[in-house]
Write a protein that binds this ligand. Structure first.
Ligand code: SAM
Ligand code: DTB
Ligand code: SF4
Length: 326
């Protein structure tokens, strides 16, 4: 394995470690900004077309009333956010929305449900939703909370391509954010997803009050999974009134870009998704994130419950940067 000193010089011969240590990751994170971004962009170009960005569309198929207490979330029943709860949507309604997303240029369709975990009675309905969306030729992703081994196998057999389940932050900061499910519970679900043959979508949120070291630790956990996630969403907290994190300190945009760059270097073949929080990012910050290796975004003016840039703003940004949808 090469030392950090060796890793800072980029060349075709650069060998990345198989298991990242804190020292290695932290040394990269602390490089001068230009060196870090140059290295991230160089690695990005080895594995991806740097001018193509994947477009995904999200739909909340079951809103609010969630028994979990995630400190950032509008949908937790522990916080008075004023969000009305709804039941699981009918398959026809989900497929109609997915069709619109496809017509709008999305190639990947992600569906979320505000659950601790799907109940046995939900499984048939989820399979019906999946077969309808798959039939449109879209890549599919779901995020439904914890899954046991059988549920993961059933969704995989029904054609679900990706399962999203985030670790959200470092193992040591995690208890400050969520108390109703543990970091280990999360890793267990990720293992069930991996064993089922589905691809793993797993990342986190910046802006929960965590330190920069926590952010680096989170990436180490992700990169050191038996297989790194194929998709790594990096969210910037959207502060939600009524949640404990409504007044959390904003993330320094340049520190955010560093995390994107480090994710790209540590997980060179994964999609790094610039996820929640783009409405509050300047075009210049997003451009730096793309340069640092982000190559996937959510499009459409709503994420699950919160806002996202309008299509016209994203089109304008893509035009000015010469970016094309993947
Ligand atoms: N119940 C599912 C779960 O948590 O597994 C549902 C999807 S949950 C809303 C998906 C992810 O969205 C969370 O893990 C978190 O990383 C992100 N997220 C939720 N609320 C957010 C917010 N206010 N700002 C930024 N990211 C958020
Ligand atoms: C992820 O990491 N980010 C997306 C997706 N996975 C499901 C969700 C962002 C949610 C933002 C807050 C909201 O819309 O309520
Ligand atoms: Fe529930 Fe997911 Fe929100 Fe946590 S993030 S409260 S599990 S919907």
């Amino acid at each position: 394995m090469l030392g950090v000193q060796d890793q800072t010089g980029v060349g075709a011969e650069t060998v990345l470690p198989r298991a990242w240590t804190k020292d290695q990751a932290w040394a990269l994170y602390q490089l001068p900004f230009n060196d870090l971004l140059f290295q991230a962009q160089s690695i990005h170009r080895r594995h991806f077309d740097p001018n193509r960005v994947q477009l995904s569309k999200l739909l909340n198929i079951k809103t609010g009333g969630c028994p979990e207490d995630c400190g950032y979330c509008s949908q937790s029943s522990h916080h008075a956010t004023g969000l009305p709860a709804s039941k699981l949507m009918e398959a026809d309604a989900v497929v109609a929305e997915a069709r619109k997303a496809k017509e709008g240029g999305a190639t990947r369709y992600c569906m979320g449900a505000a659950w601790r975990n799907p109940k046995p009675r939900d499984m048939d309905a989820l399979v019906a939703i999946l077969s309808g969306v798959k039939a449109l030729g879209l890549e599919t992703c779901m995020t439904l909370g914890m899954l046991d081994r059988e549920q993961a196998a059933r969704l995989s057999a029904a054609g679900l391509d990706y399962y999203n389940h985030n670790i959200d932050t470092s193992e040591s900061y995690y208890p400050n954010v969520i108390s109703t499910r543990t970091f280990t519970d999360r890793l267990e679900t990720l293992d069930h997803v991996r064993q089922s043959g589905m691809k793993v979508c797993c990342g986190g949120i910046l802006g929960l009050g965590e330190s920069e070291a926590d952010r680096v630790d989170m990436l180490i956990t992700l990169a050191n999974l038996p297989e790194p996630p194929e998709s790594v969403p990096v969210n910037m907290l959207i502060p939600i009134a009524g949640t404990p994190l409504a007044d959390a300190r904003r993330v320094d945009p340049l520190a955010f870009v560093r995390v994107i760059a480090l994710a790209r270097i540590m997980m060179p073949t994964s999609f790094v998704r610039l996820s929640a929080g783009r409405t509050a990012m300047t075009d210049e910050m997003q451009a730096l994130c793309f340069f640092a290796g982000a190559n996937s975004i959510f499009v459409g003016d709503t994420l699950l419950t919160a806002g996202n840039p309008e299509a016209a703003r994203d089109r304008n940004l893509f035009d000015r940067l010469g970016l094309e949808p993947l």
